[in-house]
Design a protein around this ligand. Sequence first.
Ligand SMILES: CC(C)(COP(=O)(O)OP(=O)(O)OC[C@H]1O[C@@H](n2cnc3c(N)ncnc32)[C@H](O)[C@@H]1OP(=O)(O)O)[C@@H](O)C(=O)NCCC(=O)NCCS
Length: 212
Amino acid sequence: MSRTETARGACIRPYRPADREALYAVCLATGDDGEDATHLFRDGNLLGHRYVGPYLDLEPELSFTLEDDVGACGYVLGTDDSVRFYRRFEHEWLPALRANLPPAPAGGAAKDEDERLLAELHAPLITLPRELEAYPAHLHIDILPRAQGRGYGRQMVATLLTALVERGACGVHLGVGQRNARAQGFYRALGFTPIEAQRDEPGALLLGRRLP
Ligand SMILES: CC(C)(COP(=O)(O)OP(=O)(O)OC[C@H]1O[C@@H](n2cnc3c(N)ncnc32)[C@H](O)[C@@H]1OP(=O)(O)O)[C@@H](O)C(=O)NCCC(=O)NCCS
């Protein structure tokens, strides 16, 4: 796919490896239920390792960057096949990362967000829809505050959904924080509705949309 010029000046284009650091920064700046999570972490890369890096490496053709005149300011990432993606995440991507991570916190309860994410990266809790065949794809989207509320999110999701349909996906799901009312309103406006998860994740809602 080539770049899509938007009406308001930013462009949506395929991800490039040089975007990586900026996209990790977007993840951290929006990682506390849509708000800046920087103050919650000592290691600012942990969130990106969970929600950005695996997609850039395992699904580069389904990774799109939003770029304005300041630089990369958002992403939409996804996969057409969540089961295949998570299998590769656990067996290919995470082992290489773990070689450079501190060990998982001993004894269960995490003391802070760094420990919670470390535990997650050592033993990921994957949430899938109960009706997985109906919603096999999934996505993540985050945009820096300076570019929010200008229609880019709608266009970015449309860009990814088009790519998912081209790959034959019949439905897509995503997780959203129960406290993130803004994102819930956004997804509702884009046709996503609540669906049942295979397991209840505290604080999260699972939403889905059939395709095309
Ligand atoms: C959530 C997010 C991706 C939305 O992208 P955006 O560019 O701000 O949204 P858009 O301007 O494209 O809005 C698209 C539509 O959603 C609607 N919408 C947005 N917020 C809404 C809300 N709180 N309630 C109802 N509708 C809402 C808009 O009115 C718009 O509808 P329209 O096109 O019919 O006018 C973006 O704000 C963001 O990244 N926020 C921080 C990170 C985050 O929360 N990510 C999601 C984690 S699950």
